[in-house]
Design a protein around this ligand. Sequence first.
Ligand code: BES
Ligand code: ZN
Length: 501
Amino acid sequence: MKKNTLIAMLLIATLFNINAQDNLTVSQRLNLTIYGNMSLEDAETIKESHPNEIEILATSNDEAAVHISEEATHILHELRGTHGPGYLKASNAVEAIKQIRHTRTERKQQMNFTITEGESVSNALAVLSQSNIENQIIELQNYGTRYHTMPAAQMAAVDLKAKWEAMATTYNRDDISVRLVDHSNATDSTPMNSVIMTITGAELPDEFVIIGGHLDSTSGQLSNAPGGDDDASGISVITEATRALLEIGFVPKRTIEVMAYAAEEVGLWGSKDIANQYGSNNVNVVAVGQFDMSNFKSSPKDVYFINDSNAIDPTLTDFFKSLLDTYHGPSSNDAITYGTTACGYGCSDHRFWFENGYKTAFPFESSFQDFQNNNWIYHSTSDRMENVPGADASHSFKFAKLAVEYLIEVSKKSSSLSTPDFSKEGYELYVIDNSLKYESQSFSSPIKSLKIFDITGKRIYKEKELGNAGRISLSRFSKGVYVVSIVLENKKQLSKKVVLK
Ligand code: BES
Ligand code: ZN
């Protein structure tokens, strides 16, 4: 008998005689085509009801490495109540098993998270806009699909880079750069790029504070995957939080990176590639905040912190909670309540950051249980802002506040002299004849307050309502270097080093 005929017969036997499968070894079940991880509970349930659709390769705590059929993915989907996380794909058995072993890289990180930047936080919160979030969610939905292999997904990445660059230009920041990350040569290769904005830290540029979400989307119909909640809401939250920082002229001590990941929905590919690169280069990332789904409120509380011990750092998560306690406590007029919840396995981009030894936190839109019962638009063609409760971005707005607080409090406001180029702001500020002269060229916004610090950081002068132009005598101060810090009527903050000769 010819080899092909034999294979064909075997195939026919496999396909049409289910009972015959009992006599085959698992590896002979030709329909097991997908490797991955899922919760042990789900794996065992499927094994119980459909023993031929799954092989459990290994288990570790509450996770299983599995070899499954296409059919099993549908069973899992049903099992999970049509919506809800399913499994994390792996390219082969070795990878699937490795993924549940959680060989987390050890890192010594003594970063102490503190809350000290109340002034910057309240200024940034004051300029944060819910409608900006709404508009961007709609903008992203309008690509029709952002499924990673579709041309529209790459268009969304290119356009987001342009949007972030425009923000840097608007706020005259030459300490900001935006880049596309190519994943075409990664182990898990995708034509879609990730996008990263870098705000270089003025004092501790080697320490990275990362905030991210995924730009791609999915649904049962790959050409119609609006991904409004999952995860246009996350991308819009991190964009608006960053814009608020720039609007107040916030210059961070540490480097901030804002990341829009590619190809999350097919197995965290973009973030995995980036986190592995940062990890192998030993980049000093002090914190990673993940914003994936923030706009569909289906639980009594506002924010639910994912607490899976194999993907989340409890210290950073506790810090996020204390940010809410401090800025949105029960007695505040802007209270935000929170709880905790598990998603069962590394269900989003925080996973490979954690695996690389970094601290992660993931504030989510509802409890996992309520999400499963109520978020009917998840991974569907209906995932649009019109379909979330309230049909607006009011839920996401709370996450944007938390994002602002996280970015400012972890990166810390720089008191250094390297602030954005003052003259570009349309203001002139210089010392002449023992006086500080200030003059607005654009007359865009008058000066609300002006402070002068000496080189030790001691405030030696303070004045309010200075208008658009004037002169302050410095004759009583000794020669040396001073920092002039001004707040404009439009809340922008600027500072400049001046020398008194
Ligand atoms: N946004 C979801 C993750 C999520 C869903 C977190 C529900 C918490 C609750 C994400 O985009 C996603 O769909 N992830 C996949 C798994 C991933 C590893 C491919 C999933 O959960 O099925
Ligand atoms: Zn998703």
